[in-house]
Each structure stands twice: as C-alpha cells, then as structure tokens.
Design a protein around this ligand. Structure first.
Ligand SMILES: [Zn+2]
Length: 185
C-alpha cells in the first residue's frame, strides 16, 4: 500500500449537478441537493472501532455549532445513514456516498479506508490520519458541501486534500460556515 504525501478524500458525485457558489473566489461549493429536513440521524456501524466514536461525533458537532438550521442527531432511528470502516486498498482515504430521491438527499454513507493508518489522538499523530479531521470533512459532504480543489482553499475543512497528522479540518473555516448557512439558512 502506498501512502502519498497528500491523500485524496473522495466524494462520489454526479458532476452534472455541481453548482459552484463562486462569489467571491471559490468560497464553498454546494452540490444542489439538501435534506428535506433540518436534521439527519447518522449511525456508526459496528465495523468502526468504538474508540473512534468520540472523534466522529466531534466531527458532526463542529457543523452543529456553525449556526445553521441543521443538526446531526445521534438518536436511535430506522434511518440508515451510516459510517463504516472498510478495506479499500490504495484508493481513497475517506469516502462519502449520497443517495438522492425526489430532488433531495435521502441517504448518506461514509467509509474510512482501514488500509491507511488512523489516529484519534487529541493533537494528531505523526504518520497517521486524523479520524476527527476526516469525519468533519465527510460530514460536510452529508450537508452537502462539495470538495474544494484550489490551493487558495487549503485551510478549509472542505479542501479535497489532507495529509497525515493534519488536524486543521476539525475546525470549520468561515467559508465552510458560510456554505452550510447558505444551504440551511
Ligand atoms: Zn471530500
């Protein structure tokens, strides 16, 4: 397995639906879909180590605290919006996969690739990828902010690339916040 200096956090998306909210520059990118509700109920699959729970929930909390009219609710539900761990080889680090119906999000799944080394250390860990940082990014997709590609966006949670021992995506950039407030005012 090869681990690059910069590792892609991939989103499966239909580019035809991509809407760039580009004023000014590429402040954020919105897929054009949203939930037909002001909350979503995620579940952490049994494939995810229980030691990751706090870090993953902290990723959702960052968005809950952004001041938008949307909340990740950790309640028991029949909904199947789930976070998994899986072995995916030298492909992606984290993956968010939406399901759409009736013009809305109707489901989301996120996968952490266990072929990369992960850490839940509070200050990050050399040579390992930060669960909370990647979870925050992936939950941004659930919202449904899209990846940002330009180097000018490198300090934002929704920047497409990450690196080992990088924890800055845990903290939302003002443009990440502007994005969720635009979608869920
Ligand atoms: Zn992404």
């Amino acid at each position: 397995m090869k681990i690059g200096k910069r590792t892609l956090i991939v989103t499966l998306l239909l580019t035809i639906f991509l809407v760039n909210m580009a004023a000014p520059a590429s402040a954020y990118s919105y897929s054009g879909y949203k939930w037909n509700a002001n909350y979503v109920v995620p579940k952490i699959d049994s494939s995810v180590p229980s030691s990751w729970t706090t870090a993953i929930k902290a990723g959702a909390t960052a968005w809950n605290n952004a001041g938008a009219a949307f909340t990740f609710k950790w309640i028991t539900s029949a909904a199947d919006n789930r976070i998994y761990c899986t072995s995916a080889g030298d492909t992606y680090l984290g993956l968010a996969v939406p399901t759409h119906g009736g013009g809305y999000n109707i489901g989301y799944k996120t996968y952490f690739n266990t072929d990369y080394p992960w850490s839940t250390a509070s200050g990050g860990e050399s040579g390992k990828y930060d669960v909370q940082s990647v979870a925050t990014h992936e939950f941004g997709h659930w919202l449904t902010l899209w990846d940002l590609y330009d180097s000018i966006d490198s300090e934002k949670t929704m920047y497409q690339w990450t690196a080992s021992n990088e924890i800055k995506k845990r903290t939302l950039h003002s443009d990440d916040i502007a994005g969720i407030k635009h979608i869920y005012p």
